[in-house]
Every structure is written in structure tokens, then in C-alpha cells.
Ligand binder design. Structure first.
Ligand code: TEU
Ligand code: CA
Length: 541
């Protein structure tokens, strides 16, 4: 299996927060173009570009009003064409965000659909009569709080929205919807994009009348049909956002013989610090043993000869990993490097979320007025109305809210961190004076240089892509250790997840140091005390 994306590293750009070029405080496409040399220096192969399509911006672009137009905030279609071309000259492909579970309520299809019950676009969306007993058709809820149904008086029916009321769900059971989506995808393929990241793709097979949201019965059929009509037989990569995937389900999506997707994002590890059966806001400390079990499970239960996974700690919906499970104070650099080495040592395709490569941190707020994210704001009001303590709700937002990942990129210690000459749309983290790209590039043992080296290692060493995985059991709970083995070569990866020293004793003989976040004067593994958040990869025999 030699597809380019198997040993690639993908970088996610959240355009609104990456680089502003015209002083309006909002990142834009010309801004991204101006930073392509930086991304080329990091060495990445592709950019997953969060949405830049025309949008009212209720969910920062995940509510699309026109899939074939660029939002003026972000630039023009000519800018987009320039971005694709300029990236290409640097060997970087552009992966578009495909948000087709829903559109904006300002999309023409929905404007038509809500006009009348016999409008030709009526069945592009999911309309139902209210419950005979009163209220919405059933109890389905929105990820952004409240019912998933909104009543529309114009036609006296409810429409479905698994996210905000301004994000009505498309009706994938309608073949005309599917064909329209495929035509749109081909529009982008013809422009030369490198593939698609598919937003909440596991929801498109929903059966609303049975309250089935994810993994619906026709999901894989739709994906096979999409593949055949669009990217199948092309040199593109596709990654599905699949919150509901198990290793067996991931295999269905990503087994090349099934002609669906290249790989999935699965979120099992990302849900370990919430109380079981509750929401992400219901906090629980991370248990290292559980994290290791989940990582090992996905390395061993997915058959990599017939399926593929992605590797990530961050994205635009998740808190910053150094703040979440590392230490964003004394051990910020060491813990950021530890997660980098641990994650990039695994099998799958690694993703880096903007700012992760310099160890950017969460940015706590003191009042709900400072929060922009629709998910956090809605949850705040819902919980406060339900009697929760406001301080507790803010604590959850500071731990898990999506704005943590969305504060502007910290380029330098000059005004507004070099992100904009105007006023940033969202507060900048005040630590930008010390945590910024300029500093990270100047310091040899910075987080940036760890990532840069990891990207190069992935390109140059088949063992990282092809090597098998074996977990090492006989280590302390706070230590994750594993082998990657390929032909006659073996690498050992060791990571201390904790801020305390940990003793390990292994019988392997070190033959070469590959990467580490501390100086390793003595590579005697038989008696080693790992420093806080220490991590390394060594070749062993
Ligand atoms: O996210 C899917 C999703 O369910 C998230 O809202 C998630 O539940 C939550 O943030 C977990 O922390 C995708 C996009 O990545 C997200 O930005 C969009 O808001 C959402 O779909 C709707 O398009
Ligand atoms: Ca701008």
C-alpha cells in the first residue's frame, strides 16, 4: 500500500484564527498563503482547511450557505485558487472540509424547502409533523442543546437539526441530495484539491423516526456511492469524522476493498476525561491506565492491512493537549513534546492542529461574555437555567470549551501576536509574549523542532508507517511504552505521561537514539529513572 497519505503528516488550519492579512481581525486565505513557507519548513504534506465557504458564521463556517463560493471574510475564489496552486508548488495539498450532514438555513436549498410542502426542495431536508400529543415529533436532542426539532409556522411542520436551528440536516435518503453533493465535490476535485475531511459523516445515515443518529443502516452504502461518483480512483485522501466508531466500524470505513474512505478520526481517547454516560462538560480526571488501554486497543484491534486510522491530540473542537493532560506551566515544553513523540510514534496518519507545534495552551475566561463558541454559550445558558452553579459551568468551559483551540495563532511577541494589525475576533492568549512561532523557531530544543523532526522521521522511516505495534506491559501505570517492528528493525517508544519521575527497567540494548525531549547521556534501559514527561524513541536490538 503506497498511497501518499499513509506516511503523510496533515496540518489543520482553522482559517479564522490563523493569519489575518487585511486588519479586520479575522484570519483569511491570503493570510494562509503568506504562511505557507512556515508550513513547508515544518514539513507537512497537506493542510486540512476548516470551512472557508460562504456562511452566516453561526458555527464559524460549519453552517454553509453556498458550497461553491468563498465567504468574503476569508477572501475570493481567486484567492482559493491561488492557495491551492501556491501550496502545490511547496508539495502541500489542500484537504477541504466537507460539511454535508447539514447546511446553513441560509442555503438556497433550505430557503426553498421551507417555502411550501410541495416545493421541489422540500425533501432536501427532514420535515415532520409535530407529535399528536403536542411538541416536536420525538425526543431527539441537538448537540448544541435543546430539541433537534424546530417548528416552522410557514408550513406547520418541524425540521431536524442535530446541531443549531440554523444548521438544518440534509435528507440523505433523497437521491437528489446525494447527487447534488457529489456534483459539488467534483467541482472541488476539478480545482485540484487533495481530498476531503468529512464533518460528522457518521450521522448521514440517520433514521430520525427511530431516533437513530449515528451509524445508520445506509451509511456505508452512501459512502460507497459517493466514492464511486467522486474521489474513487483518484489520488485523493479522505478522512471521516466518526465519533461513533469502534475499531470494527473504522474497518468498514477504511478497508480499501470496500471503497469508502482513506481513514477515520475516532474519539474514544478524547472522551476519557468525562463522566461515563454524561457530557463532555461533566469532568473527570484522566486515568493513565484507561488512556493507554484505548491507545493500545486502536493499535491492535484495527487491522492495518485492511484499514487505517488517524492520530491526533487536538483539533478546533478540543482543548489544548498541554493544558488538558500535560502541564502548561513548568513542564509546558516537555509535556507538549512528550505527547508529540508518543502520538507520532504510533501507527496511522498524524495530524497537527495549528499552534500545537509551538505548545499553545488553553485560554481560560472569567465571564461568559468572553465566550464566542455556540456550543459553550448554549450549554452555559441551559445549565444555569437548570440550576447549575455558574462558576462550575465556567470551569467546564475553561476545561473543555472549543474557544480554547480557537484563540488566534501566536506568531510573534509584537502587537496582537502578529496575527492581525486590527482587533482579533477572539481574545488572544496573553502568553503570546513568550509562546510564539518566532521564539519556537529560534530555540533548538523547542516544541516546534520536535514536531519538525517527527514529520521528517515519518517521511524517512517506513517503520513508522508499516511497522507492527507491540505494547510493553511491565512498566509503571504512568508510563506508556511500545515497540514498532519492521523487517529486522525495532524501535522502542517510551513516554512518561506524568509530572513525576518514573522508574523503568527493560532488557533491550539501545543501538541508536532517534528522538528525545531530554538529553539521554546514558542509554542503559535496565535501570532508568524517567524525568517528568520524558519521552524518547530509540532503535533497539
Ligand atoms: O463536530 C462534531 C461535533 O459533534 C462537535 O460539535 C463535538 O460534539 C463537540 O464539539 C465535541 O467537543 C463537527 C465540527 O468539527 C464542529 O466544529 C461543528 O460545530 C460540528 O461538526 C457541526 O458541523
Ligand atoms: Ca481578514
Amino acid at each position: 500500500m503506497t498511497e501518499w497519505w499513509r506516511n503523510a503528516v496533515i496540518y489543520q488550519v482553522y482559517p479564522r484564527s490563523f493569519q489575518d492579512s487585511n486588519g479586520d481581525g479575522i484570519g483569511d486565505i491570503p493570510g494562509i498563503i503568506s504562511r505557507l513557507d512556515y508550513l513547508a519548513a515544518l514539513g507537512i504534506d497537506a493542510i486540512w482547511l476548516s470551512p472557508v465557504y460562504q456562511s452566516p458564521g453561526v458555527d464559524n463556517g460549519y453552517d454553509i450557505a453556498d458550497y461553491e463560493a468563498i465567504d468574503p471574510q476569508y477572501g475570493t475564489m481567486a484567492d482559493m485558487d491561488r492557495l491551492i496552486a501556491a501550496a502545490k508548488t511547496r508539495g502541500i495539498r489542500i484537504i477541504m472540509d466537507l460539511v454535508v450532514n447539514h447546511t446553513s438555513d441560509q442555503h438556497d436549498w433550505f430557503k426553498q424547502s421551507r417555502q411550501s410542502r410541495d416545493n421541489p426542495y422540500r425533501d432536501y431536508y427532514v420535515w415532520r409533523d409535530g407529535n399528536p400529543a403536542g411538541g416536536p415529533p420525538n425526543d431527539m436532542t441537538s448537540t448544541f442543546s435543546g430539541s433537534a426539532w424546530t417548528y416552522d409556522s410557514q408550513t406547520d411542520q418541524y425540521y431536524l437539526h442535530l446541531f443549531s436551528p440554523q444548521q438544518p440536516d440534509l435528507n440523505w435518503e433523497n437521491p437528489a441530495v446525494r447527487q447534488a453533493v457529489y456534483r459539488m465535490m467534483n467541482f472541488w476535485i476539478d480545482k485540484g484539491v487533495g481530498g476531503f475531511r468529512m464533518d460528522v459523516i457518521d450521522l448521514i445515515g440517520k433514521i430520525p423516526d427511530e431516533e437513530i443518529r449515528e451509524n445508520g443502516p445506509h451509511l456505508h452504502e452512501y459512502l460507497q456511492e459517493m466514492n464511486a461518483h467522486t474521489f474513487g480512483n483518484q489520488d485523493l485522501m479522505t478522512v471521516g469524522e466518526t465519533w461513533g466508531a469502534t475499531p470494527a466500524i473504522a474497518q468498514l470505513y477504511s478497508d480499501p476493498k470496500r471503497h469508502e474512505l482513506s481513514m477515520v478520526f475516532q474519539f474514544e481517547a478524547m472522551q476519557l476525561d468525562q463522566q461515563p454516560g454524561k457530557e463532555k462538560w461533566d469532568l473527570k480526571p484522566l486515568d493513565y491506565a484507561e488512556l493507554k488501554d484505548v491507545l493500545v486497543k486502536w493499535q491492535t484491534q484495527l487491522d492495518y492491512s485492511a484499514g487505517w486510522n488517524s492520530l491526533f491530540w487536538n483539533n478546533h473542537d478540543l482543548p489544548r493537549i498541554v493544558s488538558r493532560w500535560g502541564n502548561d506551566q513548568q513542564y509546558r515544553v516537555k509535556s507538549a513534546q512528550m505527547f508529540a513523540i508518543l502520538g507520532h510514534g504510533l501507527r496511522g496518519t498524524p495530524y497537527i492542529y495549528q499552534g500545537e507545534e509551538i505548545g499553545m495552551t488553553n485560554d481560560p475566561v472569567t465571564s461568559i461574555d468572553q465566550v464566542e463558541d455556540i456550543e459553550s454559550v448554549n450549554m452555559y445558558h441551559e445549565r444555569v437555567a437548570a440550576g447549575y452553579d455558574q462558576a462550575d459551568v465556567l470551569k467546564s468551559i475553561n476545561a473543555k470549551g472549543r474557544d480554547n483551540a480557537r484563540t488566534p495563532m501566536q506568531w510573534s511577541d509584537s502587537d496582537e501576536a502578529g496575527f492581525t494589525t486590527g482587533k482579533p475576533w477572539l481574545h488572544l492568549n496573553s502568553n503570546y509574549h513568550s509562546i510564539n512561532v518566532d521564539n519556537a523557531m529560534a530555540v533548538p530544543d523547542s516544541v516546534f523542532h520536535t514536531y519538525q523532526r517527527l514529520v521528517a522521521l515519518r517521511h524517512d522511516n517506513a517503520i513508522l508507517t508499516e511497522g507492527s505495534f507491540t505494547a510493553i506491559q511491565d512498566v509503571p501505570t504512568a508510563v506508556m511504552a511500545y515497540y514498532r517492528t519492521y523487517r529486522d528493525q525495532r524501535w522502542l517508544v517510551v513516554a512518561n505521561l506524568s509530572g513525576k519521575g518514573q522508574d523503568i527497567s527493560l532488557t533491550d540494548q539501545v543501538t541508536k537514539l532517534i528522538i528525545s525531549n531530554y538529553e539521554l547521556p546514558d542509554l542503559d534501559l535496565s535501570k532508568m529513572n524517567l524525568a517528568p514527561y520524558e519521552a524518547f524513541v530509540v532503535e533497539v536490538k
